[in-house]
Design a protein around this ligand. Sequence first.
Ligand SMILES: Cc1cc2nc3c(=O)[nH]c(=O)nc-3n(C[C@H](O)[C@H](O)[C@H](O)COP(=O)(O)OP(=O)(O)OC[C@H]3O[C@@H](n4cnc5c(N)ncnc54)[C@H](O)[C@@H]3O)c2cc1C
Length: 299
Amino acid sequence: MVIINSLLATIMPYLPKSLVRPFAKPYVAGENINSVIKTVKKLNDDGFSTTIDILGEFVNSEEEADKIKSEYSELIKKISIEKLDSTISVKLTHLGLGIDHNLGEKNIHSLSLIGKENNVGITIDMENSPYTTKTFEIYNNTLINNEKMGTVIQAYLYRSMNDIKDLDNPKLNLRICKGIYNESKNIAIQDRLAINDNYFEMAKTLLKGKGYACLATHDLTLIDRLESFIEKNNVSSDKFEFQVLYGVPMGNKLDKLKQKGYKIRIYVPFGEAWFEYSVRRLKENPKIISYVLRNLFKK
Ligand SMILES: Cc1cc2nc3c(=O)[nH]c(=O)nc-3n(C[C@H](O)[C@H](O)[C@H](O)COP(=O)(O)OP(=O)(O)OC[C@H]3O[C@@H](n4cnc5c(N)ncnc54)[C@H](O)[C@@H]3O)c2cc1C
C-alpha cells in the first residue's frame, strides 16, 4: 500500500484537474468566498462552529502575500457582517514568512487588528519545523493586540510538551494536532502509537492548565480517551472544543459529542489553490491517499 500511495502521489501533479477533483472535492468548500460562506452557514445551522482557511502556502512575492492578506481581511469582514460562528485559520508562509520574517509578521499583525475590530478569532496554523519557534514568537506578539489569537501545537514533535508549558496562560487558545509534515526522527516521534500517547499527555496538560484546548483529531480511539479524561476530571466544557477537518467522515461521533454539549469546530478550506494544495499534501504524506480512497468507498 505504501508503494501504491507514493506512486499515486508522484503521478498526481501530471493528471488533469478533472481527475484529481474527486480527491479534493469532499474536503474543499469551493473556490470562492460565496461558496465557503454558504457551506459555513449550513454548518452553523447544524450546530457546528467553523474556522475558514484560504488554501495555499509559500507565496513567492510580497505582492502575492499582500493579496492573500487582503483576501483574509475581506473574509474576516464577511464573517462579521454575516454574523457567522467562525474564526479564520492562517498559515504564516501564505502571508510571506517564507520570503521574509518581517513581512509575515507585519501581515499577521495587520490581520490581528482587523480581527479585533470585527471580533473574529484567528488561529495561526503550524507549519513544518523550520517555522515552529518563529510561529510561537509571532503568536505571542500578536496576542498583545488581540486576545482572540490562537495557534497550533504538533504532538509528533519532541519539543511540544515543553512548548505547552511555556505557552500556558489564561489567554492561550491552542489547537493540538498530531502533525501533518514529514519530520526527521531527530526531532519527531515516528511511531503512531507513541504520537497518540504524546498527544494524550499534552492534551491532559493543556486541559489541566490555564488555557483553552482545541482537540483536533479524527482518531476515534483518541477522542474516546479524551472524553474519558474530561468526564473523570469534570473538565468544564468552556475549557475545550473538538475540531475536525471538513469532509472527513466521523460516523455518528460528532452528533454524540454535540449531544453531550461539547463544542465542535470544523476546519473549512476553500480557494483556487485546491489543486496545488491537494497535490502538495499528497506528496508530503502519501498516506492521505489511502484515507481518501477508503473514505470514498465508505460513502
Ligand atoms: C482542525 C484541524 C486542524 C489541523 N491543523 C494542522 C496544523 O495547523 N498543522 C499540522 O501540522 N497539522 C494540522 N492538522 C492535521 C493533523 O496534524 C493530522 O495530520 C490529521 O488530522 C490526521 O491525524 P488524526 O489525528 O486525524 O489521526 P490519524 O490517525 O492520522 O487519522 C485517524 C483517521 O482519520 C481519517 N483522516 C485523518 N486525516 C484525514 C484526511 N486528511 N482526509 C481524510 N481522512 C482523514 C482517517 O480515516 C484516519 O484513519 C489539523 C487537523 C485538524 C483536524
